[in-house]
Design a protein around this ligand. Structure first.
Ligand code: 5AD
Ligand code: SF4
Length: 475
């Protein structure tokens, strides 16, 4: 006998739209049983890549008839899009998951789903199967495009559904997306990472590098612009590798030039470029661009050549400094920000001195500092000389202090200037103010009407308050 499932189209995205229709029937039935439109809450852990994936999950949930809400408390469907880059992200997921057990007891129709990077780890799946039996659906990073199909299955089958793929070369275009902001959006330009930095779990959970065809990216951005988007953030684990696996001859700089031409688009951001292969072509394209923001996030990770070698980063202290100098010479108004890891195996006080020297010399505009987290399965996890917690804390504080000192100095440089600001949010503490971003990614708070949200407006930067500016609208 032919089942409904057998009649599903085999090509994507048609197959998923077929399942969205089926799923919508189930959601309708659920609404009758509950006596209200079923609600759902999507929680994102981790990076901007995950945030974008969550918008895709939300797009499908909305399309099948769920109402998106912010508070998990009242949700009939809860999904955690997880991160595993550092262990504390994993622990937070387990904590939240534990708290859901009682909620599900009170609302037995409630569904719980888990997806994202953490689910690509065998040990995590084993733990959930053993200790969190009330989870309904688990899938990973490679088959997120199948969400509609899996959600349908979870309505039709009993028990926990688990679907994890080891890798994929598939990129499915044109699924629904529910954006968090109407005026800005992330865009995936590539997926996966081939770098295998020795501390990093990403290549194991996000798979090999795959770039999207440039015409698909440009088409998506044009549609977004028609829909009111003025700023895009191009997303990839290492955007400098963009195009390497494509038949078309294109570099990341070439892609940026194509995107620059899109009429109506005002700001282009991207993350993350790897310092080892940041080309002169890219610097020149940024220099002459009117739309690419004056911000480069260039993770250094460590300032010690020896540690960088152990990290498998393929650059030295000197070559990083040289690159940063060249960028600042060519584009003087650019903000350079970075990521730093403290406590990598074998890191000595002298290695941290090198990191501090780099911070002072480059004068990072800001930096994310992380304590090294041992990730099972990575080469660094097997290295001897893991640094003691106490020692790491001491070194971490030295680095943090230096970052804050340098950043505060850089930050105040624009005081008194007029700069364009994209207003993004109503201020958390004072609803008569809007919070926005400069091209260089600095935050500005300005007394302004909410009608300016999503608009780019010139603002006088009146005062620098350490990590943000207070600005005034021009009259
Ligand atoms: N421990 C600490 N920080 C890490 N990062 C990646 N892996 C680890 C790890 N095992 C940091 C890097 C990277 C950022 C996204 O997360 O600094 O640039
Ligand atoms: Fe991890 Fe290195 Fe790839 Fe970044 S470039 S995702 S740090 S392996």
């Amino acid at each position: 006998m032919l089942t409904i499932r057998d009649m599903a189209p085999v090509t994507e995205p048609e197959r998923q739209y077929y399942f969205m229709d089926l799923c919508a029937e189930h959601v309708k039935k659920l609404a009758d049983q509950l006596g209200h439109t079923p609600t759902c809450c999507v929680t994102t852990f981790g990076c901007q890549m995950n945030a974008r994936d969550s918008e895709k999950l939300a797009g499908i949930l909305e399309r099948v008839g769920y109402q998106l809400i912010e508070e998990e408390e009242n949700a009939d469907f809860v999904i955690y899009n997880t991160c595993t880059v550092r262990d504390n992200a994993n622990q937070r997921v387990y904590g939240r998951l534990g708290a859901l057990k009682n909620k599900k007891k009170k609302n037995p129709k409630m569904k719980i789903a888990l997806c994202g990077c953490m689910m690509q780890e065998d040990a995590v799946i084993e733990k959930i199967k053993k200790s969190y039996r009330y989870v309904d659906l688990i899938f990973g990073t490679h088959n997120i495009f199948k969400f509609a199909e899996l959600l349908t299955a979870s309505f039709e089958e009993e028990g926990m559904i688990i679907d994890i793929w080891k890798d994929t070369d598939k990129i499915v275009e044109d699924l629904p997306v529910e954006r968090k902001y109407s005026f800005k959006s992330g865009i995936n330009i590539m997926f996966g990472c081939n770098n295998f930095c020795s501390y990093c779990i990403v290549p194991y959970v996000r798979g090999r590098e795959r770039s999207r065809a440039s015409q698909d990216i440009v088409r998506e951005i044009k549609q977004l612009v028609e829909d009111g988007v003025v700023e895009v953030m191009l997303l990839g684990q290492n955007v400098n590798s963009y195009g390497k696996n494509l038949e078309e001859q294109i570099t990341f700089a070439g892609l940026l030039e194509k995107i620059e031409e899109i009429e109506g688009l005002e700001r282009i951001r991207f993350m993350t470029p790897h310092p080892k292969d940041l080309s002169d072509e890219l610097i020149q394209v940024m220099k002459k661009s009117k739309k690419i923001c004056r911000h480069l996030h260039l993770p250094v990770q460590s300032g010690s050549t020896e540690i960088l070698k152990k990290m498998n980063r393929h650059y030295t202290k000197e070559s990083y400094l040289e690159l940063a100098k060249k960028i600042r010479q060519e584009i003087p108004d650019i903000a350079i920000t970075t990521d730093i890891i403290v406590g990598f195996p074998g890191e000595s006080k002298a290695d941290v001195d090198d990191t501090i020297e780099v911070i002072r010399e480059v004068e990072f505009d800001s930096a994310f500092t992380f304590i090294y987290s041992k990730r099972t399965g990575t080469p660094a996890a097997a290295m001897e000389e893991q640094v003691s917690e106490e020692e790491v804390k001491e070194q971490f504080n030295r680095v943090l202090e230096c970052v804050q000192e340098v950043a505060a100095k850089r930050m105040s440089m624009l005081t008194g200037e007029v700069q364009e600001v994209l207003f993004e949010e109503i201020n958390d503490h004072d609803s008569t103010m809007l919070t926005g971003k400069l091209s260089n990614n600095a935050t500005v708070h300005v007394k302004a009407e909410p009608c300016l949200l999503g608009r780019i407006v010139p603002v006088k930067l009146v005062e620098c308050k350490g990590f943000y500016y207070i600005g005034e609208l021009l009259q």
